[in-house]
Design a protein around this ligand. Sequence first.
Ligand SMILES: *Cc1c(COP(=O)(O)O)cnc(C)c1O
Length: 518
Amino acid sequence: MSVVAEGEHPSPTLQGFAQLAFRGSVSHLLSLSLFTRAVPMDHDRLELSPEKMRTLGYRVVDLLVDHFADGGDESLGETPSRDELEAHLREDLPEEGTPPEAVLDQVEAEVLPNTMRVDHPRFFGFVPGPNNFVGVLADMLASGFNVFSGTWISGAAAAQIELVVIDWLRTLCGLPEAAGGLFTSGGSMANVTALAAARHARLDDDVTGAVAYCSDQTHTSVDRALRLLGFGPDQLHRVPADDQYRLDPESLEEAIAADRAAGRRPFCIIANAGTTNTGAVDPLPALAALADAEDLWLHVDGAYGAPTVVCKRGQNRLVGIERVDSLTLDPHKWLFQPFEIGGVLVRDEQHLRRAFRLEAEYLEDAVGEEDEVNFSASGIQLTRSFRALKLWMTLKVFGREHVATAVARGFERAEQAERLLRGRPGWTVVTPAQMGIITFRCEPDGWTPDQVDALTRRLIAAVNDEGAAFLTQTTLDGRPVLRLCPINPRTTAKDLEETIARLDALQAEIEVGATPAS
Ligand SMILES: *Cc1c(COP(=O)(O)O)cnc(C)c1O
């Protein structure tokens, strides 16, 4: 069966081309028959008719609008087992086409419901992904027009918009004008990009004996980045965090001194602007001063927390961020963008260009004028999608002010959760609300720590099984804790009240035996 039943007439352009090619030299009839043979059927060109594209496109838009308009009522989605999904979705590569309506039916019935809705107002796990419809529209355009954002010659306005949006972020962070950066697929890629710049600037790419420093709360993407850049595991010195899960400058200074005495080459401090575990912010001014004194590169991983510089509360929390050598900041985390858009900023933009500079004969045309920016020259990707468009459109449509209020609400919701928990007997706040994250445990009177651990694990399972809210746990000082990250600006006070009331009701139902279960 044909994918495209109707509309199998040649496009005007090809018709024109055919007429030009055969003008005057062949009979109309002959040209038509040649034409029919020379031009493939539409489905061989992977085309749909304009009517079909509109019908399908409107259906997709309707699905999206229903999704956005109905946020809180719909289910949070399912996480079926591999076996179940194998049974539904395993099939041989289809030799023939299927009507697109049927494929969309299947996406609607079997694919979308079997993914978590990380943009749901009661999705509090990991880092939620509360994207926004304007960003979605931008992604549709970027992918529909397939804008190439690697070189000026192929995507001039895309590069210009990326320059502008990066500059907005640079200004919010208080970095100097010489600073620059680019958008990446996410924070992992931003960290590897920034640390490649650090390696080049400080080590001239020779990693022998070099050491980077971070707290034990640092995201594993940093370990992975250093591994990819040729550093061994012992070349990342994880300093134990202080009692508030921050990197302690004094311990760090001692570690650096000990490494220098042992003949190693300290080159970089990696600090957190909002850890994924607790939202802790390392003491940036003190670490910047230490980096200056020790002549080290200061990279700050703000994948999660740095987007909050868009609001006053974030800026107050992140004093010192203006002193970084490089910074990771993910718009797809707390700036409400669809995946994938991470960002990296570097104090001196030249460091990125120097670290990534290569020449290739097949890209000679792409070099262009001095002021024509080729983002492919400052990072890992050559072919890059037009990621800047979604953040640009979002900031233009809502304005910084409304985006700032939306971010600030995340801080407030976490504080509300803390108040609710402190008001209920038996609940302990492990780390207070900071940067939109709170961690806590239920510790009924007389229970042993092991029993509380078991209760924590069972509570997570119980609340997620019910499906009205989604939470994840993390581990602090070797013990599991509940963790809530309510940064979705569509999360209501009632969403939180109900979730915490439900947790309290569930904990009362859970029996943990005298011998600790786990
Ligand atoms: C999420 C996160 C990362 C990784 O970013 P991705 O966009 O998931 O690749 C790195 N660091 C921190 C602190 C994060 O929270």
